[in-house]
Ligand binder design. Structure first.
Ligand SMILES: *[C@@H]1O[C@H](CO)[C@@H](O)[C@H](O)[C@H]1NC(C)=O
Ligand SMILES: *[C@@H]1O[C@H](CO)[C@@H](O)[C@H](O)[C@H]1NC(C)=O
Ligand SMILES: *[C@@H]1O[C@H](CO)[C@@H](O)[C@H](O)[C@H]1NC(C)=O
Ligand SMILES: *[C@@H]1O[C@H](CO)[C@@H](O)[C@H](O)[C@H]1NC(C)=O
Ligand SMILES: *[C@@H]1O[C@H](CO)[C@@H](O)[C@H](O)[C@H]1NC(C)=O
Ligand SMILES: *[C@@H]1O[C@H](CO)[C@@H](O)[C@H](O)[C@H]1NC(C)=O
Ligand SMILES: *[C@@H]1O[C@H](CO)[C@@H](O)[C@H](O)[C@H]1NC(C)=O
Length: 484
């Protein structure tokens, strides 16, 4: 159990001591053999020390040197901020990705849960805690917004209960879906004994302007390395006093983190989803970054057209259980003999265009969605988009993820089924062919993780003229292969 009384001075002393020892140990490791069985650090070894809190109360203690294991799911603690009222319908969003007895952490509720639907407490939910009564603190700090104070204070409450050995503290909202394996693979690349503050921007460009371009939009996840989270927790009262006038918990968190000397490291796969309506265009052209989170699941249309929001969450996670490294990763290839372009967003959707289009164009999301705010003048988004169009040469045939299995030949087969007849006629360019009769796309991908995270995979389309099924087989790109 961490102690908040631990002074900053001692933490600094410890940090200095650990830095020195890390260098020493790193030297030893490089002279020996690198334990390099994990995804991203085959060329470097990250060394660190177990978080042994019994050592943190004395700086002249003999520190036992041990090489820690790569970061895994046990090293994360989640603090999910919720309210009793919303939990009745948000519970499925969290239960879709929460792994009982594996993921660690808490749901922080404003008041104790009530009702037959919540009690007895579901074993598939995170255990809950009722947030501290912050009213005396509101008084003491003169804070303008008790809800903001409760959320910021929640970071301290999670740190206070964090288990031994924790390396990363992940705060998030109760209407977010987290892709925990991807989060672990990202965090494993960083030295958790240092100070890190990870999170994502808002897609709605004005939200970054209204709040800050340097803050993690917290619903999608604020990830603090444990030493930073502890420093934050130790200073939370003075922080709340300094920023008592702020009506944003995320901005307060950013401000206090900045005062500790740490700024945001943005994660491109962390999605605040400050968007409205039909997200299919956005989710079909995801950037080449590991998918970390999808927030605001409650305010967007269900992401699968035939399902409600809760079912959609579980359905997406059906794919994620097999392979998180490819989730929403866009792979593009062509059926040259038909002048068709295929674009797959793994685990979510597949598109056929009756036209050959370069990747540089297809990777811009089609604006099927609207910005969070009803601002009419652009710019709306912090990314490039394509206009939605009814032109049959521009508009894809849409297919959504239906099922997943491992084939006898040890490939992952994901099937995507046509969502609706496109109903806008065929592309009339010379040499274009209608794709209206293609109803299913079967995608074969490796059972191994996608390694070259900053490059696309390539694929081949297999389709017999007239068949209602098309197959897409993933493969490594050839040297200098151009996808256009
Ligand atoms: C923590 O330190 C104590 C005493 O120094 C030691 O007995 C214990 O094994 C350590 N725990 C870990 C996880 O290293
Ligand atoms: C330091 O930790 C040890 C055991 O880990 C405990 O017995 C002792 O009371 C602690 N000292 C202080 C000053 O907290
Ligand atoms: C989690 O652990 C508890 C206590 O060890 C056990 O009762 C419960 O069945 C476990 N839940 C699941 C889903 O495995
Ligand atoms: C707030 O502070 C005032 C005096 O500073 C005190 O009289 C009052 O009881 C406090 N209220 C709460 C809820 O603590
Ligand atoms: C924008 O939204 C606000 C509040 O939701 C509303 O009052 C206003 O009329 C809207 N403006 C437009 C142009 O739709
Ligand atoms: C997209 O649509 C808007 C408004 O309908 C228009 O002003 C803009 O020029 C279009 N952009 C492109 C690239 O066609
Ligand atoms: C593909 O389209 C181009 C341009 O419209 C055309 O020249 C070509 O013949 C078409 N290819 C086939 C196989 O029809």
């Amino acid at each position: 159990m961490p102690t908040f009384e631990t002074s900053l001075v001692i933490n600094i002393c410890k940090a200095v001591l650990i830095c020195g020892l890390t260098l020493y140990v790193a030297t030893i490791i490089f002279l020996n053999k690198c334990p390099s069985n994990h995804l991203f650090s085959s060329s470097k070894c990250i060394t660190s020390f177990p978080n042994n809190n019994s050592q943190s109360n004395t700086s002249n203690h003999v520190v036992q040197i041990s090489i820690s294991v790569p970061t895994n799911i046990n090293h994360l603690v989640f603090g999910l901020l919720g309210s009793e009222e919303a939990w009745h319908h948000r519970k499925p969003y969290i239960e879709s990705w929460w792994r009982p007895n594996i993921t660690k952490g808490y749901l922080l509720l404003d008041v104790p849960p009530q009702g037959d639907d919540l009690l007895p407490w579901s074993l598939n939910s995170p255990p809950y805690r009722v947030s501290d009564d912050v009213s005396p603190l509101v008084n003491e700090t003169n804070h303008v917004d008790p809800r903001v104070l409760r959320m910021v204070h929640g970071i301290m409450e999670v740190v206070r209960e964090a288990h031994e050995g924790v390396r990363w503290v992940v705060m998030g909202d109760d209407d977010s879906i987290f892709f925990v394996d991807n989060m672990v693979d990202i965090l494993a690349q960083y030295d958790h004994t240092q100070y890190y503050y990870f999170g994502g921007h808002s897609e709605f460009i004005m939200a970054n302007y209204f709040f800050s371009f340097h803050q993690a939009f917290g619903g999608a996840g604020i990830i603090l390395s444990y030493p930073l989270a502890r420093a934050f927790a130790n200073n939370v009262i003075s922080c709340l006093k300094r920023y008592a006038y702020l009506r944003s918990a995320d901005r307060t968190t950013m401000s206090c983190t900045a005062d500790i000397g740490v700024n945001l490291s943005p994660l491109r796969g962390s999605h605040q989803i400050d968007l409205r309506g039909d997200l299919s265009g956005f989710l079909s052209s995801h950037p080449k970054s590991l998918l970390v989170s999808l927030h605001h699941f409650d305010t967007i249309d269900p992401i699968f057209p035939t399902m409600d929001r809760a079912q959609s969450g579980y359905h997406l996670l059906n794919a994620a259980k097999f392979d998180q490294s490819r989730m929403l990763q866009q792979t593009i290839c062509y059926k040259r003999s038909n002048n068709w372009t295929f674009s797959i967003s793994w685990g979510y959707s597949a598109n056929i265009y009756e036209n050959i289009m370069p990747r540089s164009w297809i990777q811009r999301p089609i604006e099927t969605f609207k910005p969070w705010g009803n601002i009419t003048l652009p710019p709306h988004y912090n990314f490039d988009t394509r206009n939605f169009s009814w032109d049959p040469c521009e508009t894809p045939h849409m297919y959504f993820f239906q099922s997943i299995e491992i084939t006898p030949r040890n490939k992952i087969l994901t099937k995507y089924i046509r969502a609706w007849p496109r109903g806008i006629g065929v592309c009339l360019y010379p040499g274009s062919y209608p794709a209206e009769y293609v109803n299913e796309i079967h995608v074969y991908s490796p059972t191994t993780k996608r390694l070259k995270i900053n490059r696309c995979e390539c694929c081949d389309v297999i389709h017999k003229a007239g068949s209602f099924k098309a197959a897409v087989r993933y493969r490594e790109c050839k040297l200098d292969e151009i996808i256009a």
